[in-house]
Design a protein around this ligand. Structure first.
Ligand code: CP
Length: 352
């Protein structure tokens, strides 16, 4: 993997596996008493989130700090975006301060790709519209691989609001690259107009597929993105597609229950199901830090091909106490701004 990380569609199976392999090393680093290495010392990573986030934003920030990069965070709510500053002018302003990478989330599909055309910095897509959320797919793949050894031959059901979901679009690409069989489970109104580009099955009947799933991946009902009534009522949606305790009990032994967060407890997932041991939702969050460390390392560091320097780069930083205690100048660079270009598939935003 080199250049930018804009979409899983830009990655081969080998690229995805490389990220997951490097993530193993980052999990080890994260388990140390002092989880910090000097791998990206001197590099600066800026987070540019035009849309709300808890997991992605905090985990990228944590990942960069664990690799000793300096970090800058962009708070839209207190930025010059509120004075009408465009995305392009915002990027040029931040770039003038000296940055190596931009982690960007935006409500419009295609903004990260547009930014990549405007800057010499590495661009990492942290979610754009309905389009892609590649690091979510990488952390989901890592979580499944850590439990099952491989995704080859697994049956993964992705359940819910496929239509508005960048997580679904990213996971489909990652899971099928890694050899899984994917079934999309949703009412017709929550599916895209066509699923033909994907190597997936489609079902409108969750009860019919539950018994064959190795992974039941639930999507958030993105009510804020629905401009029309796509389900009769939330109660009816939950009755047909929600993972109740009774449905969860019908999953095969060893099946994983996953959700990207934030959850609508009581809608797509019963609250007691979210807290079961076979629900690995907080594990997904924890793995998100290590996966994002791997992505930053591969894009900004010496890279996997540079082994054994990888081992050197991940050597314990405690030899130099300054490396352990320095946390970088968490400058707050405000921003927001107008939309940029709009490739596939929509200009509408979508959280997670
Ligand atoms: N899964 C995810 O992207 O969560 P956040 O919106 O909290 O970043």
């Amino acid at each position: 993997m080199d250049g930018h990380l804009l979409s899983i569609t830009d990655l081969t199976r080998a690229d995805v596996e490389e990220v997951l392999d490097v993530t193993d090393s980052m999990v080890e680093v994260s388990s140390r008493a002092i989880p910090k290495v000097p791998a990206l010392r001197g590099r600066t990573v800026v987070s540019l989130f035009y849309e709300d986030s808890t997991r992605t934003r905090l985990s990228f920030d944590t990942a960069a700090k664990r690799l000793s990069a300096d970090t800058m965070s962009f708070a839209v709510s207190s930025s010059s975006v509120n004075k009408g500053e465009s995305v392009r002018d915002t990027i040029e302003t931040i770039e003038a301060m000296g940055i190596d990478a931009v982690v960007v989330r935006h409500r419009s599909s295609g903004v990260p790709a547009q930014i990549a055309a405007w800057t010499d910095a590495t661009v990492i897509n942290a979610g754009d519209g309905w389009h892609q959320h590649p690091t979510q797919a990488l952390l989901d793949s890592y979580t499944i691989r850590s439990h099952r050894g491989s995704l080859d031959g697994l049956h993964i059901g992705i359940v819910g609001d496929i239509k508005h979901s960048r997580v679904a679009r990213s996971d489909i690409e990652a899971f099928t690259r890694l050899g899984a069989h994917v079934t999309l489970v949703a009412p017709p109104t929550l599916l895209p107009a066509s699923t033909a580009p994907w190597d997936v099955q489609v079902s409108h009947d969750l009860d019919a597929v539950l018994g064959s799933l190795d992974v039941c991946y639930l999507l958030r009902m993105q009510r804020e993105r629905m401009t029309e009534a796509l389900v009769p009522t939330l109660r009816e949606y939950t009755a047909c597609y929600g993972l109740s305790a009774e449905r969860a009990d019908r999953l095969p032994d060893g099946a994983l229950i996953m959700h990207p967060g934030p959850m609508n407890r009581g809608v797509e997932i019963a609250s007691e199901v979210a807290d079961r041991p076979d629900a690995v939702i907080t594990e997904q969050v924890a793995n998100g830090v290590a996966v994002r460390m791997a992505v930053l390392f591969l894009l900004l560091g010496p890279g996997r091909a540079a082994l054994p320097p990888l081992a050197d780069a991940l050597a314990d930083a405690t030899a130099d106490p300054a490396d352990v205690t320095a946390s970088g100048p968490d400058d707050d660079v405000s921003g927001g701004g107008s939309d940029a270009g709009t490739p596939t598939p929509s200009t509408s935003g979508a959280s997670t």
